[in-house]
Design a protein around this ligand. Structure first.
Ligand code: FAD
Length: 290
């Protein structure tokens, strides 16, 4: 018997100029008929897109008919400023937040809390949860986060986030299903029973993904590097990306994963093709987007 199609969600980033705005709306129009649980909008590293994120979140909420989640980080801001922004999201009709410590500004050498800011994600989550009105999602790391102090630190830290009031975790992307499944098992062994949704990245640009993974310290399987080298030489990298991503999602589905979160990078085609291959087909009429 065919398994029911998975529930899905999509991550976008806020556009910085007119051309990027058109690309975002194109991505939203392409993917919204797949009926995502929610779409999320990122918050620039170093807190750089505060206004753009607010604007994109408000516009998506008002025009797309989709549930929207706003990413919020505590980098370079006081507690009052961070919570005021959360209140502005709420005022725009958005009560789903992806609460993160955040990446520091480029070249700053590491995260240092603002003197009057949150010490990290757990304190931010606690403050948002205390308001009692937000649905709070958080980040999780199946491959160790570069700042993990010991093996299993990311599991302990995720537990602290759930204990502080998080409702669901979305993971960083990973290259092999076993990476997620091992992490899920380790979380269960620590008593975590809240949903942990794998973050899925259809690989559109292998060079870029590889360099990001290297910066994060995520291990890159040699077979994957070889496969993309061959596919790029033959002009078939997109086909490989869809095939590999579909295969990974299928293995996750076979292991009981029923919800997937896609990193779209505002490029909808590969994500749409993977979703179709997984049996996620258009469900709603296209919304008119401004
Ligand atoms: P945390 O999980 O709080 O910390 C990361 C790891 O560091 C922990 O797992 C733990 O191993 C260690 N650690 C940190 N603090 C402690 C502590 N007090 N005690 C013990 N261990 C600790 N970045 C952005 O700037 N904008 C975004 O919009 C954005 N969206 C993201 C969405 C998702 C789904 C994910 C997974 C990541 C996203 N990021 C984003 C990246 C994220 O901000 C970085 O990975 C950042 O370095 C960590 O943020 P976090 O809240 O996940 O950190």
């Amino acid at each position: 018997m065919t398994a029911p199609a998975p529930a899905i969600s999509f991550e976008f980033f806020p556009p910085q100029n007119m051309a990027a705005t058109f690309r975002l709306w194109d991505a939203v129009q392409t993917l919204s008929p797949l009926d995502p649980r929610f779409v999320s909008v990122t918050y620039g590293a170093g807190g750089t897109t505060r206004d753009l994120t607010l604007e994109a979140v408000g516009a998506l909420h008002a025009s797309s008919g989709l549930k929207v989640a706003a990413h919020l980080t505590c980098v370079s801001a006081t507690k009052a400023e961070t919570l005021a922004l959360a209140d502005q999201f709420a005022a725009a009709g958005v009560s789903d937040i992806v609460a993160l410590r955040g990446d520091p500004p480029k070249g700053s050498g590491g995260f240092t809390p603002h003197p009057e800011g949150f010490s990290g994600s757990v304190e931010l989550i606690g403050a948002l949860a205390a308001k009692g009105t937000f649905n709070i999602r958080v980040g999780a790391y199946p491959d160790p986060h570069p700042e993990a102090a010991y093996e299993g630190a990311d599991v302990d830290h995720l537990k602290a986030k759930f204990d502080a009031g998080a409702d669901e975790a979305l993971t960083q992307f990973f290259f092999e299903p076993e990476t997620f499944l091992r992490f899920r098992d380790a979380c269960a062994a620590k008593g975590i029973d809240k949903p942990i949704v794998p973050g899925i990245l259809p690989i559109e640009n292998w060079k870029g993904v590889k360099s990001f993974a290297q910066r994060c310290g995520a291990p890159i399987p040699q077979w994957l590097d070889d496969a993309f080298a061959t596919a790029e030489r033959d002009g078939r990298a997109d086909l490989l990306a869809v095939a590999l991503c579909t295969e990974m999602c299928t293995k996750l589905r076979e292991e009981g994963v029923d919800t997937l979160h896609f990193y779209t990078l505002n490029r909808p085609e590969l994500t749409r093709d993977v979703c179709h291959a997984l049996g996620v087909t258009p469900k709603v009429a296209l919304q008119e987007v401004a």
